[in-house]
Design a protein around this ligand. Structure first.
Ligand SMILES: Nc1ncnc2c1ncn2[C@@H]1O[C@H](COP(=O)(O)OP(=O)(O)OP(=O)(O)O)[C@@H](O)[C@H]1O
Length: 279
């Protein structure tokens, strides 16, 4: 239940109005972006604000078409949204008039192909996976922010997508809830083998979650470097993986790459583009 995704020479140009003359002009958000995402991998994406992270995710989701280049999933061009891919956004997009369980069932109804009993069973299974069995009957306003996001994740996983696309899904959560959900997500990913692409501003989050961290350059966005992360996350709930020396070293590597983007004239000698694994 996983898919391989390839982006080749992807460019995205938007037409925007100039501040002064209000004339339409081209705005290059992405240019010549190459990226390979292996089947079943957990890839995190970091980059300066406005570098095009969400644009990349929208393109993979099929919510937009690139101006140039190609994007394929298992060799087939992506031409629009599909049930093989599911997106989780920062805002909890739950229906307020439906319970947690009914929100998931509703999404499965839209997908089709399952009887009512199967939908109910599937919704229960995924609520259990995110630890919300006891809250199945609650409405969104009766849930905490972290719980709502867990329902949104359970709903996305319930379609059993091959690819889970996550755009800053934990951005609005407090630090402790965020860490717990990161650990839960790693466990779910290990169990399901889904391909995950996860966008974040948070370097710790990117290092903790990703098997690889893709660092994007300033606009126009490209993949500047890929950092392979080899961390033992087993027992992450009991062991503070984030406090280990390995974690700190990876964190520093990603931080330095990002730092160069904020001060592009002064690359650090240890992390010049040619020293890193450039995708
Ligand atoms: N539909 C659009 N029309 C015009 N410009 C757009 C559109 N969508 C995105 N942009 C511009 O493209 C650039 C990349 O936007 P995007 O949201 O992908 O960046 P990002 O890296 O996700 O940003 P952030 O980290 O701040 O969320 C930004 O400068 C944004 O203003």
């Amino acid at each position: 239940m996983s898919s391989r995704i390839e982006l080749r020479g992807v460019g995205q140009t938007f037409l925007v109005r100039g501040n002064d003359d209000r004339q339409l002009r081209e705005f290059v958000a992405l240019e010549g972006l190459d990226l390979d995402i292996a089947a079943g991998e957990f890839l995190t994406v970091v980059g300066p604000s406005g570098c095009g992270k969400s644009t990349v995710l929208d393109l993979i989701a099929g919510l937009a078409k690139p101006t140039s280049g190609s994007i394929t999933i298992d060799g087939t061009p992506i031409t629009g949204p599909g049930l093989d891919r599911s997106v989780v956004f920062q805002q909890y997009t739950l229906l307020p008039w439906r319970t947690a369980q009914a929100n998931i069932e509703f999404a499965l109804e839209a997908k089709g192909g399952l009887s009512k009993a199967q939908r109910q069973e599937r919704a229960r299974t995924y609520l259990e996976l995110v630890g919300l069995t006891e809250f199945a009957g609650r409405y969104p306003h009766e849930l905490s922010g972290g719980m709502k996001q867990r329902v949104a994740i359970a709903r996305s996983l319930s379609y059993q997508p091959e690819v889970l696309l996550m755009d800053e899904p934990y951005g609005a959560l407090d630090a402790q809830t965020r860490e717990r959900l990161q650990e839960e997500l790693v466990t779910i990913w290990q169990r399901t083998g889904t391909t995950v692409v996860f966008i974040t501003h948070d370097i710790d989050e990117a290092v903790f979650l990703g098997q690889r961290v893709a660092v994007m350059s300033n606009r126009p966005g490209r993949i500047k470097a890929i950092v392979d992360i080899d961390l033992d996350r087993s027992g992450a709930g009991d062991r503070d993986v984030r406090a280990t020396a390995e974690f700190a070293a990876y964190r520093h590597e990603v931080w330095t790459l990002l730092r160069e983007e904020h001060a592009p004239g002064r690359p650090s000698p240890a992390h010049r583009k040619e020293d890193a694994h450039v995708a």
